[in-house]
Design a protein around this ligand. Structure first.
Ligand SMILES: CC(C)(COP(=O)(O)OP(=O)(O)OC[C@H]1O[C@@H](n2cnc3c(N)ncnc32)[C@H](O)[C@@H]1OP(=O)(O)O)[C@@H](O)C(=O)NCCC(=O)NCCS
Length: 153
């Protein structure tokens, strides 16, 4: 990849295109062609990817209508499956992809985005305007997380 964040293109893709990277980064102990979560193939779920010059998948992320777990409201959307290829982390791909998620969620009248953020990704989400809600908690088999959210007004 050449480039500054300005040249990064984020595309809407099928669930399956992002699956190998999503699984390799987030569920490395599971089969690479497995489904990571129940709404992955739901028609309302939107998947995005940053592709390299050879069309290789560099970064992925998804968003879907799903109620906030502690304070459900209409027009809640959930971010899931954010993953950037390890050798390219910190080069702006994930931020650009998350900006696109914010843009399309607003277009669909989403009022709030939330996620179960891995503790290691906390600063990434804070950088994108998300804020922590409550205490750190453990998701079995995966590790420490924070519930994080941001309003989309
Ligand atoms: C989280 C992740 C998707 C971010 O993607 P990325 O392409 O590295 O993100 P960016 O390069 O756009 O980083 C944006 C900002 O967040 C920071 N950041 C990214 N990942 C970070 C991390 N793990 N810890 C601390 N800061 C991080 C970057 O330094 C950057 O800040 P800066 O612009 O002030 O330098 C990527 O690091 C990743 O795949 N992590 C492993 C999987 C994971 O935890 N996914 C999230 C599940 S909830």
């Amino acid at each position: 990849m050449s480039a500054g964040a300005g040249e990064i293109r984020v595309l809407a893709v099928d669930a399956a295109l992002g699956r190998p990277l999503r699984m390799a980064v987030l569920r490395p102990e599971e089969p690479a062609d497995g489904q990571m979560y129940p709404l992955e193939e739901h028609p309302a779920t939107l998947h995005f990817a940053v592709l390299g010059e050879g069309q290789e998948v560099l970064s992925v992320g998804s968003v879907m209508p799903e109620a906030h777990p502690r304070d459900p409201r209409e027009h809640d959307w959930r971010v899931r499956g954010m993953a950037t290829r390890p050798d390219l982390r910190g080069s702006g791909l994930g931020s650009r992809l998350l900006e696109e998620i914010v843009r399309v969620t607003r277009e669909r009248h989403g009022a709030r985005l939330w996620c179960n953020a891995r503790a290691g990704a906390r600063q990434f989400y804070e950088h994108a305007g998300f804020r922590i809600e409550g205490e750190e908690y453990e998701i079995a088999g995966i590790g420490p997380h924070f519930l994080m959210s941001r309003a989309l007004d």
